[in-house]
Structure formats: C-alpha cells, structure tokens
Design a protein around this ligand. Structure first.
Ligand code: ADP
Ligand code: ASP
Ligand code: MG
Length: 413
C-alpha cells in the first residue's frame, strides 16, 4: 500500500478558500495513486474563533491556573473542529473521507500534559479506513495516555502527529504543508530575501528547529529520522517543490560556494530574560548549585548557562521569570534581571572545526552596533544573546555576513 501523510497547518485550514487549496493537494495525491492520511492543525492563528491561542484565551481570566489535564481537553477541540470541517468539504467535493481523533488513531503518549511525547502508535483503525479507500483525516497535536486521558503534544505538535503516523504506516513520504515555500535560511518575516533550502538533512533541520525555526517541530524531524521516512516541507498555496529532508550529508555542487555555506541558517528565539546571581564575597561555595537546584525544583528550564566562582548567569523564558526571581529572593540569592532579550543562532554542520566563524559573527554584529550580551557555541551552532530591539537587525546582519541569500546547489549524498 503506497501511503502518503499530508499535514496542513493552521493557516492552510483557516478559511474556506484556503481549504480549497488543501483539497487540491489531497486530490493530487489521490490522483497519483496514494492512500492519503491528512493531519490537520486547528484553524487559523490567534484571534480566529477556533485557533489554539483563542482557546487558551477562553480560560485566561481564571485566577487559578487551569490544570494541564483540563487544558488538554480544551486544546484538543481546535483540531477536532478543523478535521470535521475539512471532512465535510471533502465530501462536498466528491471525496470519501473519515475523521479520527488522535486517540482513535492509536496515538499513545506519556502523561506529560501540555507537552506529551508519543510512545506508540497503533494504526489499525487508520489502516482499515485506508483499505476502504477513504481519505483519513487525523486531528493533529493530540493523543491519549495508556489509561485513556487526552493529552496534547506541545505547541506546533501536529507536525509530530504527521511523523508518528508516517512512521507507523511506513509511508512513502510525509508532506508538511504550511504558508511558506519550505525551510528557509532564516524566518522570512525577519529576512525578506531568505532563500528556500532545496535539501536539508534530518540532523541539520532538527538543530534549526530546536533553535527556533518554527516551520517544523523538532520532534517531527527526530521521529521521521528514526525510520528514514522522507519529509518534504511545502507551501499549500503554490506548486513550489519545497524542501526535501533526508539522511546523508548535504554537499555543494559548486565547490567555490563551500566557504560561504558554513552556515545553513540563522534562527532566533524571543521572549527570554537573562538572570545574573552574584555571590562574590559571600563565602557561599555551594551557591551555584543552590541556584540551579532551586530552578530545577520549580520546573524552570534554564539555558545559556555561564558559571564562575563569583556568579552564575543564565536565561529563562519570560513566562517563568517572575517565579524564578521570587524563588531566588526567598532563598537569599537576589538576582539582577535583564528582560526583553532574544537569542540568535547561526546553525550549520559545515562550521565544525572551521576557525573564524565566531570572528565573522562578532564582526557582523559589532559593525551594526549590536551588543552581544552573552554567547555560547557547540559543534554546529553559535548563539548570541541580544536585546530584543536589536533582533531583526542581528538576524539580517548575520544572514548577509554568510551570504545566505546566494543560491547554491545542494546535493544530499
Ligand atoms: P503552520 O501553522 O503551517 O504549522 P507555523 O506558523 O508553525 O505554520 O510555521 C510556519 C512559519 O514558520 C512561517 O510562516 C515562518 O514565518 C516561520 N519560520 C521561522 N523560521 C523559518 C525558517 N527558517 N524557514 C521557514 N519558515 C520559518
Ligand atoms: N494547534 C496547535 C498549535 O497551535 C498545534 C499545531 O498547530 O501544530 O500549537
Ligand atoms: Mg507549525
């Protein structure tokens, strides 16, 4: 059985007109002889009636923080509405389609409500419907625990649903349809001339996604990679071939371009704050451990960590900064906080072991009067913390510095 999984994001299913474009993509896959599984996100973006953010806003007034299990019940509704609406329009267009919720589609997760991980997929019901030649629409972003509680898979998690089903059905291809042509060298909202990558490896896309390239969820890439199922990120609204994601190593057909292609893309993450705790002259040798233990005990994830005998510096997401500060103050470790920060990263497997990349980054940022508040690196990424107001300028400066707008011929070997 030749199976394709097609996932359509929020903007693709937002309106009747946009769903016409979705139906065209599904019809094409059917015409090409595929059994088609369609995974949908909730309709639209913040402010649209059934979008995930709108559902979240419905309970924001509540003073008591809504329990994550109840929140998952609410959030799962967005994808259910979307699936049924698309199903009715497919039927109207003459196709035979059926809807399954994530739990009905056999998606079993852990019990980490709000950010659950897929543990297993039992696709018997999907298979049965495919055997009857139905188009099977599965609600993205949700599953159930082993004891039947509904869970959601973290923001952007419909991509993960598509990959999990693609792997379970050994699909020929997983297509991630969205509102841009594919994976680009930077967020096109930040860099107008960002180039669409023709091919990218799972590993590199995973890195880009973890560092903020929100076009795909990193777990979706990790899951597809486990079984080597090809992924393609594409635009719902045109016929651009998109970005093919696969294993191997991307080689450049024009050797002269190699030097300029040390970096694959520039990514960014906003809404973070920098926290400094100084313990100079306190004589408290265990202060650093105390700080990180306090953060861990309060489930606060820390990033960009710098430690020295005199201070620790790290970043946290804005939505937990208040808790972090009060916990530190209560324990005699008053912090200095710098809010309104953003993290910009240059990502590229080809930078490994190549000297001078950091010098190029510093030079691009400094010559644009951008202050680097902190920096860090790994084999394949260099991160800089900058003021949020400098972010766009920083992304554009780095994109230009590494000539990422220039076309290179990518070849996966
Ligand atoms: P969907 O609703 O289809 O899942 P998302 O909003 O989650 O769509 O992801 C698509 C958006 O990701 C694009 O509109 C784009 O602004 C953003 N984006 C961020 N980084 C990148 C990148 N490197 N390449 C392409 N798009 C990116
Ligand atoms: N609707 C969910 C979200 O907005 C999941 C998704 O769109 O992938 O995060
Ligand atoms: Mg998305």
């Amino acid at each position: 059985m030749k199976v394709i999984v097609q996932k359509f994001g929020g903007s693709s299913v937002a309106t009747k007109d946009s769903r016409k474009a979705v139906i065209k993509k599904i019809a094409k896959a059917k015409n090409d002889g595929y059994k088609v599984v369609v995974v949908v996100s909730a309709m639209g973006r913040s402010g649209d009636p059934y979008a995930t953010d709108t559902l979240i806003d419905l309970v924001k007034h509540s003073r008591a923080k809504m329990k994550t299990r109840e929140m998952d019940l609410l959030l799962s509704c967005g994808e259910i509405i979307s699936a049924v609406v698309l199903c009715s329009e497919l039927e109207e267009a003459g196709f035979s389609a059926s809807c399954l919720t994530g739990p009905e589609a056999g998606i079993i997760t852990d019990d980490n409500h709000g950010d659950a991980r897929v543990l297993e997929v039992h696709p018997a019901e999907i298979q049965e419907l495919l055997n009857q030649d139905e188009i099977v629409i599965v609600t993205g972003f949700q599953g159930k625990t082993r004891d039947g509680k509904i869970t959601t898979l973290g923001r952007g998690g419909s991509d993960t649903t598509a990959s999990a089903i693609g792997v379970a059905l050994e699909a020929e291809m997983i297509e991630i349809y969205t509102d841009v042509d594919g994976v680009k060298t930077a967020d096109p909202r930040m860099v107008g001339e960002a180039r669409t990558l023709e091919k990218v490896t799972y590993n590199e896309l995973c890195q880009l996604a973890h560092e903020g390239a929100k076009v795909i969820h990193p777990r979706a890439v990790e899951i597809a990679m486990q079984r080597n199922i090809p992924l393609r990120v594409r635009n719902t609204f045109n016929d651009h071939p998109g970005t093919l994601v696969m294993s191997g190593e991307v080689k450049y057909e024009q050797p002269t371009k190699i030097k300029d292609s040390l970096i694959t893309g520039i990514t960014h993450i906003t809404n973070i704050s920098q926290i400094k705790v100084s313990f100079k002259n306190t004589g408290d040798a265990g202060a650093a451990l105390k700080v990180f233990k306090l953060m861990a005990d309060n489930s606060i994830s820390v990033d960009f960590i710098y430690t020295s005998p005199e201070e620790v510096i790290f970043t946290v997401k804005d939505d937990v900064v208040e808790t972090a500060v009060s916990v530190l103050e209560e324990n005699g470790l008053p912090p200095v906080v710098r809010g309104n920060c953003a993290k910009v990263a240059a990502v590229g497997a080809a930078m490994t072991g190549v000297p001078g990349v950091m010098a190029k980054i510093v030079s691009a940022l400094v010559s644009n009067d951008i202050e680097i508040l902190q920096s860090s690196d790994s084999y394949t990424s260099i991160w800089c913390l900058v003021d949020r107001d400098d972010l766009k300028k920083a992304i554009q400066a780095l994109h230009k510095q590494f000539n990422l707008h220039e076309t290179v011929q990518e070849k996966v070997c």
